[in-house]
Design a protein around this ligand. Structure first.
Ligand SMILES: Nc1ncnc2c1ncn2[C@@H]1O[C@H](COP(=O)(O)OP(=O)(O)OP(=O)(O)O)[C@@H](O)[C@H]1O
Ligand SMILES: [Mg+2]
Length: 349
């Protein structure tokens, strides 16, 4: 196995979606363009960032910053560093994450949570690869590769003016979308064994791992709203509870019931459900060309009824893109909020 194959194998999954993702990772890894990793919580965005850094060929380290977990008041100093005496408590000069990422990769996780007032300094640092630490007029030049990730809808944040559009375009040159686990259930079996191996190897358990067929089937058919992280947690519980015996369906059922009780089995809003149904049953008339060939081959349709279907699809898509924020979806559709409410009702969304 080549070095590259080996590294990209850290991203477990052989579904079409994961094969495409792995190809994107390999295609872009060595190029110094910013990558934006998108995907729901727990889907594996950090795993992708690590693979990109490993395959980048850059000599420096991967430096990660979780923009959501650092208090806003400290984030600037954390990112850009500070001079001794820059503020109370700054007893010595501190190197920021940008400087630490010199010759390596800077991973800004949860970039959607970056405060607006810091975004302009960030944009300047990204454009010029130069910045000044807090409390200093000294300019530091750095060479880093930028990777950002978010589980938020950044476009929505741009529309709501919480995120600068110029920064959005700057960081999203090469987007990589990590699919939700429920959309690649074919990967679950491999992930189960991979995670079990990781958990037993990391010393959290020295038990061997075995699972019965119907128990595995239950895992494969669960909806996994918390994605791979949730699967990992369930596997960890199951390993501990099984006491070294093969895991059976009753144990899995119990573990999944507990997940439901924690409110982790959300099937999504009516709009998301409608969109999912549409997606899995795509109309053959998705483009103008499709319509042309439909009519050329003597197809007939009831235009009023058909337009209702199209309207439902468009409104559902806007609501999902706006994460059910009716005000934002109304803006996207050039409707007033009350018009959108009426449509939601008549279209049963
Ligand atoms: N494709 C994968 N192959 C192997 N392990 C994975 C994969 N995807 C996720 N994992 C594992 O699942 C857990 C969650 O992954 P990760 O932290 O990368 O998710 P995330 O998308 O960054 O989540 P969040 O949005 O909450 O930050 C980790 O333990 C990770 O190792
Ligand atoms: Mg993460």
């Amino acid at each position: 196995m080549s070095f590259v194959d080996n590294l990209s194998r850290n991203i477990v999954g052989s579904s079409d979606a994961m094969m495409a993702l792995r190809k994107s990772v390999m295609d872009v890894a060595e190029h110094n363009i910013p990558v934006l990793i998108l995907g729901p919580s727990g889907s594996g965005k950090e795993v992708v960032a690590q693979s990109l850094a490993d395959l980048s060929g850059r000599s420096g380290k991967l430096i990660s910053v979780n923009c959501a977990s650092i208090p806003k008041s400290l984030l600037e100093a954390e990112l850009f560093g500070y001079e001794k005496g820059a503020f109370t408590g700054a007893s010595k000069t501190h190197k920021g994450k940008f400087e630490q990422a010199h010759n390596g990769t800077l991973f800004l996780d949860e970039i959607g949570d970056m405060p607006l007032d810091l975004q302009s300094k960030l944009l300047r640092a990204l454009e010029t690869k130069c910045f000044s630490p807090v409390g200093s007029s000294r300019e530091i030049e750095v060479d880093f590769r930028l990777i950002c990730a978010t589980h938020k809808n950044l476009y929505k944040q741009v529309v709501l003016k919480n995120f600068r559009s110029d920064l959005f375009f700057r960081i999203s040159a090469f987007p990589i979308r990590v699919p939700a686990l429920k959309d690649r259930s074919g990967d679950i079996e491999n992930l189960v064994y991979h995670l079990a191996q990781q958990l037993t190897l990391s010393g959290q358990s020295n038990m061997k791992f075995e699972i019965e067929g119907d128990a595995l089937w239950l895992l494969k058919t669960f909806s996994w709203p918390g994605n791979v992280r949730q699967l990992r947690n369930v596997i960890e519980c199951l390993i501990i509870r099984s006491g070294g015996q093969a895991i059976n369906a009753i144990q899995v059922q119990q573990a999944l019931r507990e997940q439901n009780e924690q409110g982790l089995n959300d099937q999504g809003s009516p709009a998301q459900q409608a969109l999912n149904a549409e997606e899995s049953n795509r109309s053959p008339l998705d483009s103008v060309t499709d319509y042309r060939s439909f009519f050329v081959s003597n197809g007939k349709l009831m235009i009023a009824e058909h337009l209702k279907t199209v309207e439902r699809k468009v409104v559902a898509a806007a609501l999902v893109a706006a994460e059910n924020d009716v005000e934002l979806a109304a803006k996207m559709l050039h409707l007033s909020v009350s018009e959108l409410f009426d449509k939601k009702q008549t279209l049963d969304l």
